[in-house]
Design a binder for this molecule. Structure first.
Ligand code: CA
Length: 229
């Protein structure tokens, strides 16, 4: 199931979106009105919705609001330029992201992929989210957000904890800086990979015996970081 709903009344844009999505392995349903879009949304299961704001019968915000009553599926709103206030309204009503017309279709595809994989990870993390993690002397308790190293409690900031807990959820798996940035800071964060570097350094100072020879948080050169098991 890899189906995406595109609600767009400009046929050339709708077809452009559909073509790029199909090239990237998605199945696409097109709707040219809000009513048609909501009707498809009720009957089918979608991985993501691309939603134009200006539609002939109803506006995208109302469609977004109605979808959010029953679903957390990622919604990307498409807006004409200079609609800053509208964009904020759109995000306030539960959209996950927005993209301005005219847009680079490859950029849209990148956003689509990022939102789908983030959503999948959120859903798959819901199960083990509250499980405690133990990697040798490192103990992470989700319910209290406490971190112990060799039975000594370490006080971490919210981001440090999120970063550590995310990496420790899959020991030995390498996490790229970009992935960590997106997962911990969010897609719309205006930082770059150096934000991750700085937080990793602080994290090491707290959890490692000798931060220059880390036992837990290993740098995988040119790739990212991992928690050594
Ligand atoms: Ca339109």
């Amino acid at each position: 199931m890899n189906r995406i709903l595109v609600i767009e009344d400009e046929i050339s844009i709708a077809e452009l979106e559909r073509d790029y999505l199909e090239l990237n392995g998605y199945e696409v349903d097109l709707a040219a009105t809000g009513k048609a879009g909501l009707s498809l949304f009720r009957d089918e299961t979608y991985r993501l919705v691309i939603l134009d704001i200006m539609l002939p019968d109803m506006d995208g915000y109302e469609i977004c609001r109605q979808m959010r009553e029953t679903s957390d599926v990622p919604i990307i709103m498409v807006t004409a330029k200079n609609e800053d206030i509208d964009m904020i309204r759109g995000l306030g009503k539960g959209a996950d992201d927005y993209i301005e017309k005219p847009f680079n279709p490859n950029k849209l595809i990148a956003r689509v992929k990022a939102h789908i994989s983030r959503y999948d990870r959120l859903v798959s993390r819901e199960q083990p989210k509250h499980e405690d993690i133990k990697v040798r002397g490192l103990f992470i308790q989700h319910s209290t957000r406490r971190v112990m190293v060799n039975n000594e409690e370490k006080v971490l900031t919210v981001k440090e904890f999120d970063l550590l807990a995310l990496m420790a959820s899959a020991p030995n798996q390498v996490f790229s800086k970009e992935h960590l940035l997106e997962q911990v800071w969010g897609f719309d964060f205006f930082g770059d990979a150096s934000t991750v570097t700085v937080h990793i350094r602080r994290l090491r100072e707290k959890v490692e015996q000798d931060p220059s020879h880390p036992e837990y948080i290993e740098t995988v050169w040119g790739v990212g970081y991992r928690i050594k098991q």
